[in-house]
Design a protein. Sequence first.
Length: 373
Amino acid sequence: MTLGAYPLSDVERIPTPAVVVFRHYLEANLHQTIELAGGPERLRPHCKTHKTREIVGRWIELGVTAHKCATLREAAMCLEAGARDVLVAYQLTGPLVDQFAQLAQTHQEVRLASLVDTPAIVQALDQAAAKRGVTLGAMVDLDVGLHRTGVPPEEALSLCKQVQRAPHLRFAGLHNYDANNRSPDVGERARAVTVTVERIDTLRKRLEEAGISVTEVVSGGSATAHLYARLGAPYRGSPGTTVFWDHGYAVRIPDLDPLFVPAALLLSRVISRPGVDYVTLDAGNKAIAADPPVGQRGLILGLEDATTSVHNEEHWSLRSAWASRFTVGDTVLIVPEHVCPCSNLHPVLYVIGPDGALQERWEVAARQRALVL
Ligand SMILES: Cc1ncc(COP(=O)(O)O)c(C=O)c1O
């Protein structure tokens, strides 16, 4: 993994556990994401990795006009940050349908869309839009192999036609998220993207024959987004993790690892030394993403040899031959295995300058999923 230098001169001002963001690496990752995609107009980055207005604001300053999120709280946060074109990449159900229409009613000047893969939801969105006197964007979600959501491209024509016919909806295009395509071999990933694109382009052709033009196809995550983005319009890549990068991607996608640097690390303190070769950190599973298996939740700098003995809510106890180097109160930095859920666990991100000084605190403004209207 390509690690940066991570100087910290203000640790006394940072209560732990805390996410620290090294601004110069974040900045480099944003530029690299744009370069890989072939330009800011080829991107619709996903904000779920950071959930902060400040990073959406930086994307906008760098020329990115299209934004993607998963929750209505994230959508509202994007709007607060100045975004004017936001896709909620999630099929909305229950009261969320009307909340979405209400958000559109409050922000008539912006383009809002959500994903659909179910005729009843298309109908519900259309009715909610009618009730609120707005037009809502609906983007058809395609299942290209992950089998999480979406309709196979070969079966999506009638849903697209339904959206097009709905009087209060705007057909916003097509979407695919192919997290099933994560081969460490970039050639293999590119070949799988080619197959997916052929399937989507066949659907596009059928849609055009039906008089429906596809102005956007939002595709991929960090491993493949650039492969779609490089095809040019209407394809746009939608990476999330590249802004922060993490140990999971660094190890699994080796061709991209040299291009990105982990920019958001967990700062933790040693809170106990319960034995000669034991160190216990305050990085419990309420502070670091717990979706990777126990023992694989992060690379602990200076304790790379450690094995996990216990990982509880507030404690991470480790056994290490290097334990004696640590004293209670010492700080350590951890590169999360999966960075995206980490920001969700913390109310603020501590922003660190290249000299190690604490520059700012950014509120994780979209941390709460619910939008209270
Ligand atoms: C629908 C969707 N799009 C884009 C992304 C971003 O993917 P990545 O984290 O690989 O950058 C995700 C991640 O979960 C996602 O669910």
